[in-house]
Design a protein around this ligand. Structure first.
Ligand SMILES: [Zn+2]
Length: 447
């Protein structure tokens, strides 16, 4: 977690603008007065949230000020009354001068692990007038609300402890002012409502401050993410049969395995196969394509299994974790980190277009295969057996696209859309394109 010096753009900012409530014919003074009138309530919320405990007020005066007046006045202010006294003084000394802005600056608290850490410029509060609009501006120079810090280090725990505090405070201020804030355009982050996430490069990696031309001289405060993980332990004997049963019967195909962890109850478990020497074998109706190694683990309690294994054909290697073979060790440290990184990347379930191939025998309808357009742009086929997958793929190898053209799965959505009109037999037919959560779409339950 990093706090940048206040001299640069904030990492995130929001402004409540008077255009909703004041006509543009209102004077500078009226516009600023509107913004200032909301400062005490906004400050109270930020104080209660421990996001801003004021230490000083800075008031900027316009270029048109009298020669005797300074450009800006800074004064100690530990309460709104202190700040008001400064404004009153300016009003007395220079009755015709309308300040440009009133800034409240101070320290804020960030939860780091279980520890409260106080630091400057976590959040700042300002009232200002610009372009005949009054604005209440709330800005942060701290990155604790982001999945990655400004050096690209994962900090999900820090984010989980702090991001809701900022969002809640902004929502409370919104309720007091009566309308929604306009987010700023930050070079450091993406803003969605009152939530911040990292900006990502074309490889989905977080954009670090150095990429944006900011070296460490811009860092005011830095805490490295604390990692206090329990050790990995193997599955206790008493839980082993349940553990094996879960992995054997859960919907298969990708890294995530649904089912409560028999040790700690975590809702999702994980597995990873590493491919070794190729082979082709059928055991109990299951196809295997390779020798290899398997890891099964729980992120919650860090229980794991690791050993040699035959890699089943259903293992969707194209969905595997972003990991290099030389990172793999007996314990799933690197795998768990890859799961965490992926989690940071996909904050919300993604909806993807799918078409299902279904069979109908006169009484019941069953899913034969599902064609999924993944977020990586591939159309992948999900089926319960390799044989079915091959048959399904063959039946849609190419479909007429009109005007004597053909569409293949490389055509993505256009291909999916041509499946229903081209596959509408009485026993086998394709559904219309519909949307599913991507993770769910990429797994089919066993019959
Ligand atoms: Zn567990």
């Amino acid at each position: 977690m990093i706090v940048l010096h206040r001299g640069t753009d904030p990492i995130g900012d929001w402004r409540f603008s008077s255009h909703k409530v004041l006509p543009s014919t209102a004077t500078h003074r009226q516009q600023l007065a509107w913004a200032i009138s909301h400062l005490p309530a906004a400050l109270r919320v930020l104080q209660e949230s421990k996001l801003l405990i004021p230490e000083r007020v800075v008031v900027h005066l316009p270029e048109t000020r009298p020669a005797a007046a300074p450009r800006w006045i800074q004064s100690e202010a530990t309460s709104w009354e202190d700040a008001l006294a400064v404004l009153d003084e300016i009003g007395r000394d220079w009755p015709d001068v309308v300040p440009i802005s009133v800034d409240l600056q101070g320290t804020g608290m960030i939860m780091d692990g279980g520890v409260e850490r106080w630091m400057p410029d976590v959040v700042g509060l300002r009232a200002y007038e610009l372009g005949l609009r009054g604005n209440v501006w709330i800005a942060t120079w701290c990155d604790a609300w982001l999945p990655y810090d400004m050096h690209g280090r994962l900090q999900l725990e820090t984010r989980a402890r702090n991001a809701p505090r900022l969002t809640q405070a902004l929502l409370r201020i919104e309720a007091l002012i009566g309308f929604t804030a306009i987010p700023g355009e930050s070079k450091f982050s993406e803003v969605d409502g009152y939530t911040l996430t990292n900006r990502l490069d074309s490889d989905d990696e977080p954009i670090e401050m150095s990429i944006l031309g900011y070296d460490d001289s811009w860092v005011a405060v830095e805490y490295k993410p604390e990692i206090h993980h329990a050790a990995w332990t193997s599955v206790p004997d008493a839980k082993r049969s349940r553990w094996n049963e879960l992995f054997a019967t859960s919907p298969h195909g990708c890294v995530d395995v649904a089912g409560a962890c028999p040790v700690c109850g975590e809702a999702q478990l994980h597995r990873h196969y590493q491919l070794g020497r190729s082979l082709a074998r059928v055991i109990d109706g299951e196809y295997y394509i390779s020798e290899g190694r398997v890891w099964e683990w729980c992120s919650g309690c860090r229980t794991y299994e690791h050993g040699t294994a035959l890699v089943p054909l259903w293992w969707n290697y194209y969905l595997h974790l972003d990991i290099e073979p030389d990172q793999l060790t007996a314990t799933p440290d690197a795998l768990e980190e890859a799961v965490q990184r992926r989690r940071a990347r996909f904050h919300e379930p993604r909806q993807v277009p799918v078409v299902e191939l279904r069979s109908f025998d006169g009484t019941t309808e069953e899913i034969v295969a599902r064609f999924v357009l993944t977020t990586t742009g591939q159309v992948v086929t999900i089926a319960r057996t390799e044989h079915t997958r091959q048959v399904a793929d063959k039946s849609v190898a190419r479909v007429p696209g009109g005007r004597n053209t053909w569409l293949t799965r490389d055509d993505g959505l256009a291909f999916l859309e041509e499946l229903p009109p081209n596959l509408r037999g009485s026993r086998i037919f394709a559904t219309k394109v519909f949307e599913m959560d991507e993770t769910a779409a990429l797994t089919l339950p066993r019959p």
